[in-house]
Write a protein that binds this ligand. Structure first.
Ligand code: PEP
Ligand code: MN
Length: 341
C-alpha cells in the first residue's frame, strides 16, 4: 500500500479545510496537504492565506488525528509552522532550485527532526535535488523523502510539467534509502491525466503519492484544472494497482531468474556485436583518413536512419527508440573514427 498524502492545493477557507479533512480521514489517509504560502509564477494571483490558515490546519490535526503538511520557503515559514505544531513540511520546486533558501530552511530546522518532503527543482538537475536533501540531512533532519513533480520546459506537451522519469529513477538508484513520492497533480496539470501518471509512478516502485483534491475544483483559487473532486479521489484510490518491490514466491523468483539469465545472454551477444561494429567503423575511419574524406557523411547517416527505422518497424520495435539508439551509436562511431585528431 503506497503512502498517500492528499489535500487542496491551497487552504482557502476554514470550511474547505474542514470538509476535506473529514473526507481524507474517512479514506484512511493519514497526511493532509494544504498550501498556505503559495509560490505563484506571475504576480497578482492568489498567494495563499498565510498565517490565518495555520490555525485551521493545527485544528484539523487535533480533530481528525491527521498530520498536516505545508510548504515552507524561508526561515519565517519554518518558525511559524513549528510554532503552530504542523507535523510535516515540504520544500517546493521553486525553492529546491535555490541553495540559499534551502540552507536557510535547514538552519531554521536545526534541532527539530520533523519529516520533510523535498520536491524536485523546476529544472531537470538531479544534483540540485540531492543537494537540497543533503543540506537538510546535515542539519539533522533524518525523516526525508523526495517528491517528483515534473520539470519546466518551453515546449508544449500534454502534461503541465515534463515528467523526465529517468531523473527520479536515477535518484532511486543513487538513493534507494530515501522514500520516493510522486505528485501526479503538478506533473499532469489536468484532472483527466492524473490516474495515468499516478499509476505509472506506482508501477515504477514509488513509495507514495501526493494528490491535490478540492470540494469544488472548478472554483479553486489555484490549480483549478488539476485538483480532483472528492469523488474523483475516491475513484482514483479504488482503481490504482499496487505492486510489491519484490516477490516471496520461490517459483516466481526462479522464473524471473531464468528470464534474467536470458537477457544477460542477449546483452552479452549484443555488446560483442557492438564491439564488432566499432571495429569496422574504425576501419572505415582509416580509409576516410587516407583519402581525406570527412568523417561525417550526412547522406550515409540519412540512409542509416531510414533503414534502421524500417527494420525496426518490421521487427515490431518502436522506430523512435531505434532512432535514439542509433543516434548514440553513430555519434560514437564518428568519435572512434576521428579519435586522435
Ligand atoms: C504545490 O504542491 O501546490 C506546489 C506549489 O508545488 P510545486 O512546488 O511542485 O510547484
Ligand atoms: Mn498546486
Amino acid at each position: 500500500m503506497p503512502f498517500i498524502i492528499a489535500g487542496p492545493c491551497a487552504a482557502e477557507s476554514k470550511e474547505q479545510v474542514n470538509d476535506l479533512a473529514a473526507l481524507i480521514s474517512s479514506l484512511n489517509i493519514k497526511v493532509f496537504r494544504a498550501g498556505i504560502w503559495k509560490p505563484r509564477t506571475r504576480p497578482n494571483q492568489f498567494e495563499g492565506l498565510g498565517t490565518t490558515a495555520l490555525s485551521w490546519l493545527a485544528e484539523v490535526q487535533k480533530t481528525y488525528g491527521l498530520e498536516a503538511i505545508i510548504e515552507v520557503a524561508n526561515a519565517k515559514h519554518v518558525e511559524e509552522a513549528l510554532e503552530a505544531g504542523i507535523a510535516r513540511l515540504w520544500v517546493g520546486a521553486r525553492t529546491t532550485v535555490n541553495p540559499f533558501s534551502v540552507q536557510e530552511i535547514a538552519d531554521a530546522l536545526k534541532g527539530v527532526d520533523i519529516p520533510v518532503l523535498v520536491k524536485n527543482p523546476v529544472n531537470p538537475d538531479l544534483s540540485l535535488w540531492i543537494g537540497a536533501l543533503e543540506r537538510l540531512n546535515q542539519a539533522g533532519i533524518t525523516q526525508l523523502a523526495a517528491c517528483h513533480r515534473g520539470f519546466s520546459g518551453f515546449s508544449k506537451i500534454r502534461f503541465r510539467n515534463h515528467p523526465n522519469w529517468e531523473i527520479p529513477l536515477e535518484f532511486r538508484r543513487l538513493h534507494p534509502e530515501i522514500p520516493l513520492f510522486c505528485d501526479p497533480s503538478h506533473i499532469a496539470g489536468k484532472r483527466s491525466l492524473i490516474p495515468e501518471v499516478a499509476q505509472k509512478a506506482l508501477d515504477l516502485g514509488y513509495e507514495g503519492l501526493m494528490v491535490e483534491v478540492h470540494p469544488l475544483p472548478e472554483k479553486a483559487l489555484s490549480d483549478s484544472a488539476q485538483q480532483l473532486s472528492p469523488n474523483e479521489l475516491i475513484h482514483l484510490l479504488e482503481h490504482l494497482v499496487f505492486r510489491n518491490p519484490s516477490v516471496d514466491n520461490l517459483q516466481v523468483q526462479e522464473k524471473l531468474q531464468q528470464l534474467r539469465d536470458e537477457i544477460d545472454e542477449i546483452d552479452r551477444a549484443f555488446l560483442e556485436l557492438l564491439a564488432e561494429r566499432m571495429k569496422v567503423s574504425r576501419r572505415i575511419g582509416s580509409l576516410k583518413e587516407e583519402n581525406l574524406i570527412s568523417y561525417y557523411q550526412y547522406q550515409r547517416w540519412n540512409e542509416i536512419l531510414e533503414n534502421r527505422s524500417f527494420w525496426a518497424e518490421m521487427s515490431g520495435v518502436d522506430p523512435e527508440f531505434i532512432r535514439k539508439l542509433f543516434e548514440l551509436i553513430h555519434l560514437e562511431s564518428i568519435n572512434q573514427q576521428s579519435e586522435g585528431l
